[in-house]
Write a protein that binds this ligand. Structure first.
Ligand code: TXA
Ligand code: MG
Length: 318
């Protein structure tokens, strides 16, 4: 398939392709998404094929407005309104009872649907222009880190989608917080930059799910090209670096900015603060090349969110 590159001055082309049942990747504020008309089963099927995504992992759906969100769900608890006042449009996906409006393959066999109002001008423009709910998971090949730049999307999906819209680097850099809102208490299924504390402040209560409850958790995520060892203390970090060097391995390290020069083969710096670290994480995971190093060892990070994602990418945690 010839993949058309679209820039922000010609977004209409993206909308037309989507209306015609084609698949188009575009930026959101979290990560790039791969979108298709959520009402069209054939269009949705193309997302699973392009990503190589298992069909039992449900897709979330992007909508432009609250009204559009209400249309796709039913029995919505009153606290969802409060959450939307506080966080939408933004990096939060609400899991709600499915009203059965979208194609069946969007949600697999689940009675629920994940819906989000993105806070990005390109995504919102496309959503308003098509007037369609768009099934839009992250625009990476299944198992790879989510794409935060158009280059990442091109690497994974060129030739597999009708078009890619270039919107530069995404601002947040990590996927949305996924919150199960089907019960009395909101339950976070996937952590994101909106935290349990943030939600507690708005609703009064919020729980963090055990990872088992997330349909996607049985699949490993964000794998870099070489084994990743995640360390939980500075001591472990230094001792593993030394051990792998002694074993003759070419060693890469993932660190923040504030570490002294190290005797390793490659250094990946994530950033000075939590936001910068989150924004750079997937770029770094994708920059790791087996032609350069045999193993990568990550220092511990204070951000739980970043540690969560690193743990998901790690072959070993010590
Ligand atoms: O920030 C984001 O959420 C990005 C942008 C593109 O919107 N999308 C994204 O999509 O990260 P994806 O498919 O990579 O992650 C969505 C997660 C998946 O882990 C999926 O299992 C979960 O949401 N999910 C979707 N529908 C669900 C449902 N009905 N119940 C529970 N989890 C659901
Ligand atoms: Mg994903």
């Amino acid at each position: 398939m010839d993949t058309k590159m679209i820039d922000i001055n010609t977004i209409e082309e993206a909308s037309q392709l989507l209306e015609n049942g084609q698949v188009v990747a575009f930026p959101t504020e979290t990560v790039y998404g791969i979108g298709a008309n959520a009402l069209d089963e054939h269009a949705v099927e193309k997302i699973f094929i392009a990503k190589g995504r298992p069909s039992d992992n449900p897709l979330n759906v992007l909508v432009p407005t609250r009204e559009a969100l209400y249309h796709l769900a039913e029995n919505i608890p009153p606290y969802v309104e409060k959450l939307m006042d506080a966080f939408s449009p933004g990096p939060i996906t609400y899991v709600l009872q499915n009203a059965g409006k979208v194609a069946k393959n969007v949600t697999g066999k689940l009675p629920t649907i994940g819906v989000r109002i993105p806070d990005h001008p390109v995504a919102l423009h496309i959503l308003h222009q098509t007037g369609l709910p768009l099934a839009a998971p992250s625009a990476n090949l299944s198992g790879r880190p989510s794409p935060t730049t158009v280059e990442h999307v091109i690497n994974d999906l060129r030739g597999k989608v009708a078009a890619i819209v270039d919107g530069g680097q995404t601002n947040v850099g990590l996927e949305s917080t996924v919150v199960d809102c089907t019960g009395e208490v909101p339950v976070i299924l996937r952590t994101g930059c909106i935290t349990v504390e943030n939600i507690k402040k708005v609703v009064g209560t919020c729980k963090l799910a055990s990872t088992i409850q997330m349909p996607s958790h049985k699949y490993r995520h964000y794998q870099p090209e070489v084994p990743l060892i995640l360390t939980k203390t500075a001591h472990q970090f230094h001792s593993f670096v030394e051990k792998e060097k002694k074993a003759g391995q070419r060693v890469g390290v993932i660190i923040s900015h504030s570490v002294e020069n190290m005797n390793v083969d490659q250094i990946f710096s994530l950033g000075r603060d939590e936001e910068e670290t989150a924004r750079n994480l997937y770029n770094v995971l994708r920059a790791i090349k087996k032609s350069e190093i045999d193993v990568v060892i990550s220092a511990p990070f204070s951000s739980e969110l970043v540690m969560d994602r690193l743990a998901s990418a790690a072959t070993k945690i010590v």
